[in-house]
Design a protein around this ligand. Structure first.
Ligand code: ADP
Length: 409
């Protein structure tokens, strides 16, 4: 079975085509600047086919998807002969609110529930709904599955997900912590269990997803019990351009003093803060690490703030879990920066964490799962490249198989 995985943004559409028989990635790419002018980048990963990168007009997501299907089936760049080889489509959806605890087959009822989730993620969910509509328009009645970033965290207990504000805001408006990066946490925690040769249901894990957006999750016996992002992906750790946790009264102070509207204020907190705001140089950790090495003190400070806050969250999750078997690092920074990992882990000597410095130093830029724990470390320290698309494709396959069995019965 071949599954097309789609991640639609407001002006972009990323895709991967995966053969689920062998879990082989056949092709990947993305459409950008949809509705502006448009380009398509496509990379076939089987056969000796060339890559494609051209500016092409993409007025709508329907046009983008049409271009993707054309690429996937083209004699020159394609990896399949016809669209009928694609058995199903899996969509990444950012916010499923409390309505979705796991992945679902898209139908009219699901679409209505997705529409109701828009107020919770006004910047992301509409684009992902548009992506689903585009597939219906271009690919007909192909089965489509929605996989939610929030789903994995729905096991959190109320003591972890409720904010200490009047309870009616939860009851009436579903204001609470939801958490994100759920598909990534599912992949890396399952992989960690496999690496450790122990059932996931026996493990206490803390996973650090450190990328452009960063979060940490505490996973007890396979279930999330706490995570650092909230109603939106803004809180928790400081990130590339997001502020992370902040005293909410700061908003009032700045809005009054500078006359910002709430949208301007949120733009500053989402796009101009974090590592970029602190350093004044870049949101990218590669730039920060390089500049810090050259003596830039504000870049050094930004990195210190990041690793200190990350260590504080990990430490608080050791308490939440009352122990920890393994700490996992994943995503762009977690997978590629030995220095950031070492700086975070330097706070956990008291737990008996011991880093294998050589293994850590060698661990960047590859796809392997790596154990960077030193001899006798009381806590396993693991670097696991995430694969959110594979989780989406697996869920899609499982749901479509179940549907076929149901139809047969
Ligand atoms: P996204 O949240 O967009 O999926 P990624 O998980 O791809 O983000 O992470 C992107 C970030 O990873 C970049 O902003 C960069 O800071 C960081 N990164 C990538 N490679 C390295 C590296 N070798 N060293 C340090 N940081 C890196």
């Amino acid at each position: 079975m071949k599954v097309l995985v789609i991640n639609a943004g407001s002006s972009s559409l990323k895709y991967q085509l995966i053969d689920m028989k062998t879990e082989t990635l056949l092709a990947k790419g993305h459409c950008g600047r949809i509705g502006i002018d448009g380009y398509l980048k496509h990379k076939p990963l089987v056969g000796e086919k060339p890559c494609y990168y051209e500016n092409i007009p993409l007025p709508t997501h329907d046009d983008a998807l049409k271009a993707v299907v054309h690429m996937l089936t083209s004699p020159e760049y394609g990896v399949i002969e016809s669209m009928s080889e694609i058995a199903a489509v899996g969509h990444r959806v950012l916010h499923g609110g409390e309505a979705f605890t796991s992945s679902v087959l898209v139908n009219d009822e699901v679409m209505q529930a997705l529409e109701r989730c828009i107020p919770l993620a006004p910047l992301h969910n509409p684009a992902q709904i548009t992506g689903i509509h585009a597939c219906t328009h271009i690919m007909g009645d192909i089965p489509q599955v929605a996989v939610f970033d929030t789903g994995f965290h729905q096991t959190m207990p109320p003591r972890a997900f409720l904010y200490a504000i009047p309870y009616e805001y939860y009851e009436n408006d579903q204001i609470r912590r939801y958490g994100f990066h759920g598909t990534s946490y599912r992949y890396v925690t399952a992989a960690a269990a496999e690496m450790l040769g122990r059932p996931l249901e026996s493990l206490k894990l803390i996973s650090c997803h450190l990328g452009n957006g960063s979060s940490v999750a505490a996973v007890e016996y396979g279930k999330c019990i706490d995570t650092s992002m909230g109603l939106t992906p803004l809180p928790g750790l400081p990130m590339g351009t997001r502020c992370g946790d902040i005293d909410s009264a700061v908003l009032q102070f700045l809005m009054k003093k500078y006359g910002y509207t709430i949208d301007e204020m949120l733009h500053i907190l989402n796009k101009k803060s974090g590592m970029l705001g602190l350093s004044g140089v870049s949101p990218d950790f590669r730039d920060l690490l390089h500049a810090a090495e050259e003596g830039d003190t504000r870049c050094r400070l930004a990195l210190d703030i990041f690793t200190y806050q990350a260590a504080k969250v990990v430490g608080s999750y050791v308490a939440a879990l009352n122990g920890v078997d393994a700490i996992i690092f994943t995503a762009g920074i977690g997978e590629n920066s030995p220095q950031v990992r070492a700086e975070i882990l330097s706070h956990f000597g008291y737990l008996g964490c011991c880093v294998n410095e050589e293994a850590n130093a060698q661990c960047y830029g590859h796809d392997h799962w790596t154990d960077i724990s030193g001899p006798g470390s009381a806590v396993k320290l693991l670097v696991i490249p995430t694969n959110e698309e594979l989780v989406i494709a697996r869920d899609t396959r499982d749901i479509v198989h179940a549907l076929r069995r149901q139809k047969k019965a």
